[in-house]
Design a protein around this ligand. Structure first.
Ligand code: NAD
Length: 296
């Protein structure tokens, strides 16, 4: 008999992730507060759960893809209390991007109840969720991360065990802080070249073969007209929105404060994205490479 997955949060990311589990032969019971998200999930082959308790009844796995940590903590502990509703032996996987402290709290409360839970935030965006090529950064017991691969492999191409509970969130915060820093640096360098008479394409080719080469330049050039198929070539629509980068930078700053780490580059990136977002309210919905416009 097909194994059952209870899926919470079927938005831009969760929707296609759940659809991939259906394609892989799992029976997916979907729960979301927005009727439109549930309808879409049902069209993709999920069944609609009447409530949270109904969703987890008989479920081998629970997956959540929620907007923030307060919502995740309410669902797992404070409000709904999924940790007290799940089947014995079920494996819970929170894929939401939240503060490491939130994931650790959910992990500690789960341990008290002998429930298995891991944090597994993702990288790869909506395109990766649709294609089933996400990278999962997992925090928790090694045996639980290993067991989670039974379903994560159908939603992602790379599954990493970062360390104990919360470590997946720390890995994600570090990665996205670095992404913001090299995107801003790339945009700054390209504009400096253009302001001094260089063609951005030529400059990009030079830096790609020189020590300034980095992922933003290689895969996601922020200067319009240099690279095809990236947000910069379609007025920065689609891709990874500025508001999501701001959320992740906020989580990185929170982690830095908690561990008393010096993150001057991350703090500056956070500040620049804040200034850029504040300069025009529509900027928050553009792809994060649109920070290029800040340097015009
Ligand atoms: P979204 O807003 O499109 O989807 C979130 C869904 O959760 C919504 O359908 C909402 O109704 C539902 N929800 C809220 N509270 C709920 C509850 N209590 N019970 C059940 N459902 C509930 O957001 P998204 O873009 O899918 O992002 C989800 C998570 O993935 C976030 O933590 C985000 O940071 C992370 N993420 C997003 C991207 C991206 O490119 N969108 C990339 C990587 C990670």
């Amino acid at each position: 008999m097909a194994k059952k997955v209870a899926f919470f949060g079927l938005g831009n990311m969760g929707g296609p992730m759940a659809a991939n589990l259906v394609k892989a032969g799992f029976q997916v019971s979907a729960f979301d507060l927005m009727p439109a998200s549930v309808e879409k999930a049902v069209a993709d082959g999920c069944s609609a759960a009447a409530n949270e308790k109904d969703a987890v009844a008989g479920a081998d796995f629970v997956v959540s893809m929620l907007p923030n940590g307060a919502i995740a903590e309410n669902l797992y502990i404070d409000d709904v209390g999924l940790l007290d509703l799940v089947e014995p032996g079920a494996l819970l996987i929170d894929c939401s991007t939240v503060a490491a402290a939130s994931s650790r709290r959910i992990g500690e409360e789960a341990t008290k109840r002998k429930v298995r839970v891991i944090d597994a935030p993702v990288s790869g965006g909506v395109a990766g969720a649709e294609a089933g090529t996400l990278a999962f950064m997992c925090g928790g017991e090694a045996t639980d991360v290993e067991a989670a691969k039974e379903i994560l492999q159908h939603m992602g191409a790379n599954i990493f065990h970062a360390g104990p509970s919360g470590a997946g969130q720390v890995a994600k915060a570090c990665n996205n802080m670095l992404l913001a820093v090299h995107m801003i640096g790339t945009a700054e360098a390209l504009q400096l070249g253009v302001d001094n008479g260089l063609d951005p394409k030529t400059l990009s080719e030079i830096m790609l073969k020189s020590s300034g080469c980095n992922w933003s330049l290689e895969k996601y050039n922020p200067y319009p007209g240099v690279m095809e198929g990236v947000p910069a070539s379609r007025d920065y629509s689609g891709g990874f929105m500025v508001k999501l980068m701001q959320k992740d930078l906020g989580l990185a700053m929170e982690a830095a404060l908690a561990s008393k780490s010096a993150t001057p580059m991350g703090a500056l990136a956070n500040n620049l994205y804040g200034l850029y977002a504040g300069s025009d309210e529509s900027n928050v919905d553009l792809d994060f490479s649109s920070i290029q416009r800040f340097f015009k």
